[in-house]
Design a binder for this molecule. Structure first.
Ligand SMILES: [Fe+2]
Length: 185
């Protein structure tokens, strides 16, 4: 196994007030598909990385973005065609709220929606929803697809240099570091 690839911009990770290390580890250990495919924790961390960059530029809701990154792929039943996995992830998020994380009601509505519809190719939506979906779509290089600006929602994500940097990360990093994302102690 090669050593983890240092992620550019990993300094963007600030200790999360929303996702604890224990919660992340719970999601990792509960993920039925394991983490050797295209939809495991390395993808979640790269989505998180994209999300932090987008939130810093656009002011999208980072709590919703962080939760989307770590939850949206957890309920897949396979690595290929699984059109209902977003609906299951939305239900799973609702189940975990209050146990593993807290979120205001309006934020929870957004989280449920972004999980439910994240693979439906929607581009017109609330700015935080757009940020979630762009964060995910910017990581398509892992399945051999260069992100197409026509399927990205917001102007920041469509910038050629943003697409290129995300694409490079997605094809280089089979293992990714989560840096300083978790609170110490
Ligand atoms: Fe994803």
């Amino acid at each position: 196994m090669p050593p983890p690839v240092k992620m550019e911009g990993v300094k963007l990770f600030k200790p999360s007030k929303t996702v604890s290390r224990e919660f992340f580890e719970h999601l990792v250990s509960s993920h039925g598909l394991g983490h050797d495919g295209f939809h495991g924790k390395d993808h979640w961390v790269r989505v998180l990385h994209n999300a932090c960059e987008i939130a810093a530029e656009t002011g999208a809701n980072l709590r919703v973005l962080e939760l989307f990154a770590v939850l949206h792929g957890t309920q897949r039943h396979n690595e290929n065609h699984d059109p209902k996995h977003g609906h299951r992830a939305a239900a799973y998020a609702a189940e975990l709220k209050g146990t593993w994380f807290e979120l205001a009601d309006d934020e929870m509505e957004l989280l449920v929606e972004v999980c439910r519809y994240h693979s439906d190719d929607i581009v017109e939506a609330h700015p935080t929803e757009q940020a979630c979906w762009d964060s995910d779509r910017l990581d398509l290089g892992r399945v051999g697809v260069r992100p197409d600006p026509r399927y990205l929602c917001a102007s920041f994500a469509r910038r050629p240099e943003v697409i290129e940097a995300a694409y490079r990360r997605s094809i280089l990093a089979r293992q990714t570091e989560i840096g300083d994302f978790f609170q110490k102690g």
